[in-house]
Write a protein that binds this ligand. Structure first.
Ligand code: UDP
Ligand code: MG
Length: 322
């Protein structure tokens, strides 16, 4: 029995790149089938994350034209991470391995055969790692570096320079799907799953067409999500800050008493103002950090579905065959 590969591709307003994506991924898939590395019923699974353009119509069109193209349609936009999860969820019963890749062809598709080879030699998790950040702006490069360093300090295990381009075996995917959290940060969750893993290096290119669906605001949000979903170090930090503040205030108190005994009182307006503002600021920051965690608890306890599917053409193609 040959192994079934499903390539999951999240798509949000990707009509400009989709035809090229289908072509390139289709070629790779067919080469792998020819080489007898994967089963003939291996598929591409496009997850339409509530696109407002022609993305879903295109997916349906390609799905009718090619047997290896399938799709999922979300009822609305649920975000990149949920789209990946939905794809894995739908694909896992019929697949032996699942590769996730962005629709924009920034990640070199030639790494796919290497990932499959690694799977065939016994790896359950194969991370796609970019070997250069040449196509990034200096700003993105620096912030990414700082972020990995910070996450490491906070005790979060990430594979640097790897994003959501990776292969997971069936059992690794099943294990990942057991993680029930709603605040998804998949690149932090995959290392937690364990299993034997390896890396495949590839050069990351410019987007083939269209523009980034991750504007700065969304990216900052995602980065903060990564921290607060995986680490309570910021809360410990607040404790440290509190302790320091108390120590400083004791010293100040002693100083004030000393000054009072010496009779130099009225002065001190400036130091008072400074400390009020400083303490106010520290308190607000601390409250907001705690609020961030309380907010996470709030979204988790609701146990809402992570996505809703309106239409899906993947499983039908498998059931036909059986
Ligand atoms: N994406 C998605 N839902 C969203 C935003 C993005 O499914 O709400 C998809 C998008 O279509 C692409 C992938 O996530 O396939 C990565 O997005 P993008 O390439 O815009 O991010 P960047 O490479 O700029 O970080
Ligand atoms: Mg991209």
């Amino acid at each position: 029995m040959m192994n079934v590969l499903t390539i999951v591709v999240p798509c949000y307003n990707e009509e400009e790149v989709l035809p090229e994506t289908v072509k390139e991924l289709g070629t790779i898939l067919n080469q792998l089938i020819q080489a007898q590395k994967i089963a003939v019923n291996s598929k591409l699974l496009f997850v339409n994350d509530g696109s407002r353009d022609q993305t879903w119509n295109l997916i349906q069109k390609f799905s009718q034209k090619h047997d290896y193209v399938t799709g999922i349609k979300f009822t609305r936009n649920y975000g990149h991470q949920n789209a990946l999860l939905a794809g894995m969820n739908v694909a896992v019963p019929y697949s032996d391995m699942i590769i996730t890749i962005d629709a924009d062809l920034q990640d070199d598709v030639n790494a796919i055969p290497k990932m499959v080879d690694a799977f065939l030699t016994g790896y359950d998790v194969v991370y796609g790692v970019r070997n250069s950040r040449k196509t990034d702006t200096a700003f993105k490069r620096q912030t990414a570096l700082g972020y990995y360093a910070l996450m490491k300090k906070l005790g979060v295990n990430l594979v640097p320079d790897s994003a959501d381009y990776r292969l997971l075996s069936k059992r690794a995917t099943e294990a990942l799907l057991q993680y029930q959290e709603r605040n998804l940060f998949l690149r932090g969750m995959v290392p937690l799953v364990g299993f034997k893993s390896t890396k495949v290096y590839y050069p990351r290119k410019e987007r083939f067409a269209g523009e980034s669906k991750y504007p700065l605001g969304k990216m900052i949000h995602f980065a903060l999500d990564g921290i607060t979903s995986f680490s309570i170090a910021p809360i410990h930090l607040i404790l440290g800050l509190g302790v320091i503040t108390v120590v400083v205030s004791i010293i100040l108190m002693l100083y004030t008493i000393y000054e009072k005994i010496r009779g130099n009182v009225v002065s001190g307006w400036s130091s008072l103002m400074v400390s009020i503002w400083l303490l106010g600021g520290i308190q607000l920051i601390s409250l907001s950090i705690i609020g961030e965690y309380v907010g996470k608890v709030f979204t988790e306890v609701k146990h809402r579905p992570r996505f809703n599917i309106e239409q899906e053409t993947f499983s039908a193609k498998f059931k036909d065959k059986k």
